[in-house]
Design a protein around this ligand. Structure first.
Ligand SMILES: [Zn+2]
Length: 225
């Protein structure tokens, strides 16, 4: 058991929702990996086409939120210049957990903490408005990242701003703001954040996966979905 997992044992194992006013029984898993044959021939990097597939999954299970994606290898990033420019063009392994829901859905903090940093990462294929919270559990410091928020989510924010578990952090951004995805929250745990401010890689290459996997553990360790 890693140190982080040991630290988390001080938390209860109840599910920690990421959205306000959305019943937990209306969340359903979604597979957006390249292994999902339902996505064969679908241009999933097109936000409208992606949304259509999400809506299909939600309809099938009479749900409101589709979630998942930790360590999924995805074709979702194939069209983004942000990724093509990267020295490792195969950066397609997803390091967070995504929660696909309509724009404007209110995002709540699953854990108490304070603002480490924030920013609007406006390059196509990036996060758009982003908030990173710092948490401390029994002297152990770690971070959670909230990506693809609305611009309004950054109103009145400042470094060190405290949040209780369950406070409203902001809301989901529209496709034009988030930048070019169907509306969703990207939630990621980060142990060592290095020099990053308001941003942190949410996707890595297979070659760097072992390192990133250790630094960005499964979000479900906190959320318990
Ligand atoms: Zn994501």
């Amino acid at each position: 058991m890693s140190l982080f997992v040991q630290i988390l044992t001080v938390l209860d194992t109840e599910t920690r929702p990421v959205f306000e006013d959305v019943p937990l029984e209306t969340y359903t898993p979604i597979d957006l990996s390249a292994d999902n044959s339902e996505l064969d021939g679908i241009q999933i990097s097109d936000p409208e086409i992606c949304q259509r597939y999400i809506d299909e999954v939600l309809e099938r299970s009479a749900s409101k939120v589709a979630y998942g994606g930790y360590l999924e290898t995805r074709n979702l990033y194939r069209q983004s210049p942000n990724f093509d420019l990267d020295s490792a063009p195969d950066r397609d392994v997803h390091l967070g957990m995504d929660f696909w829901a309509p724009e404007g859905t209110l995002v709540r903090t699953p854990l108490g903490g304070k603002v480490h940093s924030f920013g609007n990462n406006t390059t196509k294929g990036d996060y758009g408005p982003t908030i990173i919270l710092m948490h401390e559990l029994q002297g152990f410091v770690f971070y959670t990242l909230y990506g693809h928020l609305s611009v309004e989510s950054l109103d009145g924010i400042f470094e060190g701003k405290p949040y209780h578990e369950g406070s409203i952090l902001g809301s989901l951004g529209a496709t034009e703001i988030n930048v070019n995805y169907a509306p969703h929250l990207h939630f990621q745990i980060i142990l060592n954040i290095g020099e990053y401010v308001g941003d942190y890689p949410g996707v890595c290459s297979a070659a760097n996966l072992e390192w990133y996997k250790a630094n960005c553990p499964d979000p479900n360790l906190v959320l318990n979905f």
